[in-house]
Structures are given as C-alpha cells and as structure tokens.
Design a protein around this ligand. Structure first.
Ligand SMILES: Nc1ncnc2c1ncn2[C@@H]1O[C@H](COP(=O)(O)OP(=O)(O)OP(=O)(O)O)[C@@H](O)[C@H]1O
Length: 326
C-alpha cells in the first residue's frame, strides 16, 4: 500500500503587499499547483526544485501544519490537516534550518521530554535512543545544552529526536545544509542504514544533489508549484538532453579532433574533451578516433547532475517534456 498519496493537491496563499502609503494590494501565490504522486512504503525519494518552488509547503501539508486549498492528501491513510495529533506519532520531521530541540536544555533532556510527549514505551525509547546515540555519534553530546552544539552536532541531535518514536515516514527538509563534508557523509550513511534496516520511508528535500545521488533512486522535481519530473534519477539525464564527455590523451598536442559524432569542448596540451549525447553509445566514437588519431588513453565521464538539473530549471515547463509524471 502507498504510504503517501497526493491527488491534485493545491496550496494558495493570500498575500497583501503595501502599495503606496495607505493602499494594500491583495495577491494570491500558488505555492503548490495541482500536485499528484504516491510513495510506497520503504522508498527513499528526493524532492528537489529551485528556491520558492513549493517544496517546504508540500512538506508542511504532509505534516498537517498547513491545510491544502484543494485536492486530496493522505499519509498512512490519515488526513494530516484533520488529524495532526494522530499523525504525529507516525511521522518524523527534520527541518534543517530550525531545531525541534529545547535550546537551553542538554540534549538528553530534550529526548526525555519527547519520551513523555509521544508516550513512547520505556523499552522502545531506550532501544531507539541507544541506536541513535551509537550510529549518530551522540554519546559525548548528551549532556551539552543544544545552544552549545555545532550545526552538524545539532543536526544529528535533531535526526535522533525525529526517530525516537519509531516513525514510519521521515520528512527531511535540507538535512545537510551548512554541514561540513564529514558530517554530511555521517548523516547520509545513517539514513541509508535506517532505510535498509528498519524500512523507514524517507522524503528528502535538498539543494545538495550529492544527497540525492547517494540516497535516492527516485527523484521528483518541482518548479512553480508543479511537478516537472517524477522518475528514476538516471532518467533525468534523458530529460535534460545531457551529454557525456569522452576525455582522450593523445601522443602529442594536436588541433581539435574532427568527428561528426562529438564536438571538442576543451583542449589542454595533448588532452582533449569531446561532448556527445548521453543517450548514445561511446563505442563508434572511440573506434573512429582510434583509427584516425594516435590515442594513448581515454575515459568517459557521466553527465554532471548539477548541469542537468540547472538546464531543467532554466527550461521551465518546457524542460518537463518527456518526463515521466505520475
Ligand atoms: N506563509 C506563506 N505566506 C505567503 N506565501 C508563502 C508562504 N509560505 C510560502 N509562500 C510562498 O510560496 C512559494 C513556495 O514556497 P516554499 O517555501 O514552499 O518553497 P521551497 O521550494 O521550499 O523554497 P526553498 O528552496 O527556498 O526553501 C514561494 O513563492 C513562497 O514565497
């Protein structure tokens, strides 16, 4: 059964803007504009899009913080806006830019409060806390007040807090924002293990595409409140009309190589970079070059996902052509 179901969900905000000294202009912002998707139990899905695309608004509707203006939305069969308290025991939420921990209390006191708030059975709480402390490296931090934690430490503390009550689904809004490389990698490893061992469903919003590449097989792209792509991460390359790069090392410096199968995009001494469509095989190109030029070595580079996504955002709705949409 699908754990998360959205059918034509909309969220419209009424905004008032000052216009002149006394006049205020009323305007409507369609933050989410008719989105439909389903997420089965156990999946890790990336939810990406440019600033203001509607990602946080979607997550807030999925937690029940915001009520949709239209459409149908269910999480574990529950209507989040109507039964927010009942849903709270089934979901975990981490907002990277805010903490759910008590600022002045040591980390462990925040966890004790959650133990009581969520009425978590004692044995369950102890087991979950022990697991998070071990896997997220929290032992040294439990007695430290939250305000004294670094961003990376606090984020790990927040992720543990979201998991103490065994949620079926975890929403992560920018969980690696501002973290250093080591902390990012710890958080990603933890999420991978969580999904593999406990089957927790994860919906992940991020601007860091490495998060997506390392965690998600499926990705959804939203722009201007609309779903532009929903499918395999690999499929994005086709939608983005992206290119692979053949890097060739020649025996000596030569003018840009001539072939109809690719175009030379960079020359540096005896090394040349040739771009060709990601959807075609490199074999004929390699064969042609090997027959015509003195090659020493070669390698093929996959398209850079950052470039693919940037193209897609820039293309607006047109960028969605060919995308698999649910
Ligand atoms: N409470 C609100 N009142 C009015 N407009 C809002 C409100 N919350 C969000 N918006 C608007 O809705 C749109 C979508 O915002 P949202 O925060 O969902 O985007 P986002 O994809 O999460 O962006 P970011 O990547 O910058 O966090 C934006 O135009 C934003 O200004």
């Amino acid at each position: 059964m699908d754990l998360i179901e959205l059918d034509n969900v909309e969220k419209v905000f009424d905004v008032r803007r000052k216009k002149g000294l006394l006049r205020r202009e009323k305007r409507q912002v369609r933050a989410v504009d008719g989105i439909s998707f389903t997420i089965p139990r156990g999946e890790v899905v990336g939810y990406i899009g440019p600033n203001g695309a509607g990602k946080s608004t979607t997550i807030k509707m999925l937690t029940g913080i915001l009520t949709p203006s239209g459409g149908r939305l269910r999480v574990a069969g529950i209507d989040p806006a109507r039964e927010r308290t009942r849903l709270a025991s089934r979901i975990g939420v981490v907002f990277g830019q805010r903490t759910t921990l008590w600022w002045d209390l040591p980390l462990k006191d925040s966890y004790r409060l959650m133990h009581r708030m969520y009425r978590i059975p004692d044995a369950r709480f102890a087991a979950n806390l022990a697991r998070c402390v071990e896997l997220l490296d929290l032992a040294e931090l439990l007695d430290v007040p939250v305000r004294q934690l670094s961003l990376g430490q606090r984020m790990r503390g927040d992720i543990a807090a979201a998991l103490l009550h065994d949620p079926e689904v975890l929403y992560l809004d920018e969980p690696t924002i501002g973290l250093d490389v080591v902390s990012k990698s710890k958080v990603r490893q933890f999420l991978r293990d969580l999904n593999a061992e406990l089957g927790t469903t994860v919906l992940l919003t991020t601007h860091d595409l490495t998060d997506i590449e390392q965690l998600c097989k499926r990705v959804m792209v939203i722009d201007h409140g609309r779903l532009m792509y929903d499918g395999a991460l690999a499929g994005l390359h086709e939608v983005g009309e992206s290119e692979r790069t053949l890097v060739v090392d020649l025996e000596r410096e030569l003018p840009p190589l001539v072939t109809r199968l690719a175009r030379v995009v960079k020359v540096e001494g005896p090394r040349q970079w040739l771009a060709f469509p990601a959807s075609v095989s490199a074999a004929p190109l390699v064969a042609e070059l090997a027959a015509a030029y003195p090659l020493l070595d070669l390698s093929v580079r996959e398209p850079d996902i950052e470039v693919v996504i940037a193209k897609m955002y820039a293309g607006g709705a047109d960028g969605a052509r060919g995308a698999r949409l649910t």
